[in-house]
Design a protein around this ligand. Sequence first.
Ligand code: GLC
Length: 552
Amino acid sequence: MSHDWYRDAVFYEVFVRAFADSNGDGIGDLPGLTSKLDYLRWLGVDAIWMLPICPSPLRDDGYDVSDYFDVHPDYGALADVRRLIEEAHQRGLRIIVELIPNHTSDQNAWFQASRDPSHPQHERYRDWYVWSDTDQKYADTRIIFLDYEPSNWTRDALRGQYYWHRFFHHQPDLNYDNPEVQRAMLRVVQFWMDLGVDGFRVDATPYLYEREGTSCENLPETHAYLKRLRKFVDAYAPGTMLLSEANQWPEDVRPYFGDGDEFHMNFHFPLMPRLFMALARADRTPLVQILARTPPLPDGCQWATFLRCHDELTLEMVTDEERQFLWDFYAPQPRMRLNLGIRRRLAPLLDNDRARLELANSLLFTLPGAPVIYYGDEIGMGDNIWLDDRDGVRTPMQWDSGPNAGFSAAAPDNLYAPVIEDSTYGPQQVNVANQQAAPGSLLHTMRRMIGVRKQHSAFGRGNFAWVEADSKAVAAYLRSHDGERLLIVNNLSPHPQSVTLTASGLPSAALLDLLTGEYLPSSQQGQLALALHPYQYLWLKIQDTLGYGLHG
Ligand code: GLC
């Protein structure tokens, strides 16, 4: 397999807690995930990104790490990680783990020693976190968890000082001005590379350093450290992939790729809300605008694209007006809103409309970038907005229509979170087993899309160019690579569209529909007239040479 495998890969994001419970304690675990690898191979994904699995008080589902060098007992032990990696590799699947460098849990031994002057290790750890006598420093820095935190500073009574935190107050930020901290995080990375992981999803990368008079985001010092991290990884375990979570504008994310010497991948955050905007308005303009604002990447780099993830659908990277529109359209009830975003899953966001769900995924799979699927979205799982924080999009995976949706043998009261129970999205209606058995299901469509994508490197590596379409409701583009050219057509509208596509690169050609295996009538020189159904999408391969069996 090639060293830049991630450019062609389809990623699958798993919350281990939610996926499969092997020991009946009501909590998903690593052996449970291992037992589902055959399902993921069947689905066709290439890499599994696991949410945090380290010991943690779980006040932020593991993004509050209390020990970087072990596994949370709920999930198993280090031996279970080794086994998962081994079994995954046997099936050609990669394992990506979380690296959370910016902050720890306040229960982490490092912080306990840092905050407590009478702790035997206090001297050593005193400057591992960002302490201050006042809470007035770095006043230009925004607050991220607006619904929960009034300030980025919290006072610690024991130490008698304030500590800095960009997220929850129980997640103190590490002090990267301290060389010991810089080294400690490299040791964490080394530990997980020793276990054989294929890559890291690196959490909250923009916030490592603080400097007065700045937003404390994207600082040069932060990039310098991230480059050092990359160098270390390249030297220690070449081929290990680094994917950064920087929720920023494209021009601010671009530096996280460096000159190909920082991250291999970054999430494309601003594209995501614009996919929903384009759908809501039946207008490709938001996509055109954001892709025009997206700089080219250095060789060997790739965007990670997504529709939904484990967090709220963030609306940070849109204007105030756009945010209001998206809130009104997709989150009409106040409870659906969280921080600057929306706590809903993909299927409920799109009214469980099969055609819209497929279209959204068509965009995800065909625009530039490597797609990341959120667990459960391949079957159209629902959400529970009444659960706390983001818990409503992290409910148990629905495997079948049996007790606890096949997720766990525990008594229902003992599950870490309730299974979705409603007449539309409950396990009677939405589950893997039913959809695997039904060739017309969403799951089978997703599997076909993934399979087709994997056969054509133009999706992961190809150039991207818009094709002129005389309806703004149609998003049509060419993806070309190595002599292969794909024409992708998406009708963003709930209405049929008669559209004419014009492109100099669109010759009299046979067009093979990659999803159905059928040919379209050949186009006239440079033009193609199409009658599209509501939300129809076409993935067409342009075949210049007219051969036998056309129009068949
Ligand atoms: C990232 C994670 C989110 C977490 C936060 C703090 O944004 O995606 O789930 O709460 O970092 O670690």
